[in-house]
Design a protein around this ligand. Structure first.
Ligand code: FES
Length: 127
């Protein structure tokens, strides 16, 4: 059996929502101390809905596929749903990740949560 599912390979080769958002409403950057990989998520939020999301990932193929899938899963969704997104759900949507690569999907969950935190911090600053 192939180590990576077709979906992982597809999202790795053709990442969705790759890039940055100028004037993002929330930005979350996280890193994995062990492998040194870094993931950055940019959010545009309107009325509690994630209207746009982009990512930059300096890391392994699983991290790139996880960020790509995670952005697809939260685009157009309310903040509450994005906060509920687990790394397990990201991995499942990719038809699974090898066990030793599960930690790569954790970066996506953490980066989204951090970007939403940043959004709320910025919003409070403006109030
Ligand atoms: Fe570092 Fe995948 S090996 S995120």
């Amino acid at each position: 059996m192939a180590l990576y599912s077709d979906k992982v390979m597809d999202h790795f080769r053709n990442p969705r929502n790759l890039g940055i958002i100028e004037n993002a409403d929330g930005i979350g950057e996280v890193g994995n101390a062990k492998c040194g990989d870094i993931m950055k998520i940019y959010l545009k939020i309107d009325n509690d809905i994630i209207t746009d999301v982009k990512f930059e990932t300096f890391g392994c193929g699983s991290a790139i596929a996880s960020s790509s899938m995670a952005t697809e899963l939260i685009k157009g969704k309310p903040i509450s749903e994005a906060l509920d997104l687990t790394n397990k759900a990201v991995a499942e949507a990719l038809d699974g990740l090898p066990k030793i690569k599960m930690h790569c999907s954790v970066l996506a969950e953490e980066a989204i949560k951090k970007a939403i935190e940043d959004y709320y911090e910025k919003k409070n600053e403006k109030l």
